[in-house]
Each structure stands twice: as structure tokens, then as C-alpha cells.
Write a protein of this length. Sequence first.
Lengths: 114, 116
Amino acid sequence: AQKVTQAQTEISVVEKEDVTLDCVYETRDTTYYLFWYKQPPSGELVFLIRRNSFDEQNEISGRYSWNFQKSTSSFNFTITASQVVDSAVYFCALSVWSNYQLIWGAGTKLIIKP
Amino acid sequence: SQTIHQWPATLVQPVGSPLSLECTVEGTSNPNLYWYRQAAGRGLQLLFYSVGIGQISSEVPQNLSASRPQDRQFILSSKKLLLSDSGFYLCAWSGSSAGGADTEAFFGQGTRLTVV
């Protein structure tokens, strides 16, 4: 069975601080996909990144970076120099080959204080 | 470019009344379509998904049903709403693939349903 754990229910930091959101996944499949989504207060889920299990390269996109480590089954998300607009709930999700379900973490609510 | 439309944005319905939420996708063909529900402060629960017209898979037994009458139209329905049906309903689409959910999903703006 697959599982995604986001142990941090809520994180609060002051603007311009760096913050890392943790995601730990469980699966026995060798082919799988990992995702991060952002849900701002408006409610719409915004896709941020997808990684497949054969690509362990870290990704950087502006102030966002992702660290994928198969050895620890983790796919952590770091925001550098956080801004108030980064305040949202962030979800990590997992899917496996030939399964149309996304397995979602419970989400981490990120609060950036000015 | 692809867009997804979901309506209405908010809905207040009495217990026992019917429900119909509609979702349409533009700019793509044969998408995988999904209905999710999100309870307040909680994660997402997959309700239904569809890989083609008339093909519906249900993940959670309940008094909701889904239909896909056209390639890019996905409808969530109920004959009689329960209080427990309150929540935030999200429609999503992803590119069709034999590999399942191996591509990212794109979400509509959601419908906030309150059953009173």
C-alpha cells in the first residue's frame, strides 16, 4: 500500500526566512511519481512540481527547491526568502504506475508573517 | 491552452435535496477526469475518476454518483444530500496515459457545498 506523510501540520515563519516542508512516502513500486501542490486561501490547487522515481536530481525554480532522496523516501520542499504570498497549504502526493489515484498527504499549512 | 471550468463556486442546499455539479475541460481531448472532496482543514479524498466517456470508477461508496456524458464533461450528482456531504468539491483533469496518474493534474476552482 502507498502512503504519504506530511508530519508538519502547521509552520509559521517570519518573512524572508527559509522554510522546508517535509514529505515522506511509502511504496513498494519501483515506478512512481511524486508531486507538490499549493492551495492558497482561494481554494484552487496549483501544481508545483512532478518527479518520477528514476529522476533523483534536485530541482530549483526561483525561490523554490525540491530535494528528492530515495534512500530516505523523502521529497522535501524548500522556500528560500519566504514571502507573505507563499502562505498556503502545501500538499505532497504520490502515484504509482497504472494506478489512477493520487495518494495525498494531509498537507502543511504555511504561514508567513510580515 | 487547457482550461477547466467548475461551477457553481458556492452552494447551499437543504438536506434531502438533489445535487448536480458540473465540470468541463477545454483545450485537450480524452483527459482523465477526477472528482475530489476536501473536508475543512483536511486532505483530499478521491471520489470518482474517469478515463473515458461512460467509464466511471468509484473510490468511496456513498450517496454520490458521477457521469461523463461527453469527453470533456464530468458531472457529480446526488439524489438526496446528507449533512455529511458538506465540503469543498474539486474537479481535476490530467493527460490520458496508460501509466495511470503519471502526469500532473490540474484543478478547477472548486465548489464549496454546505448542506443545511
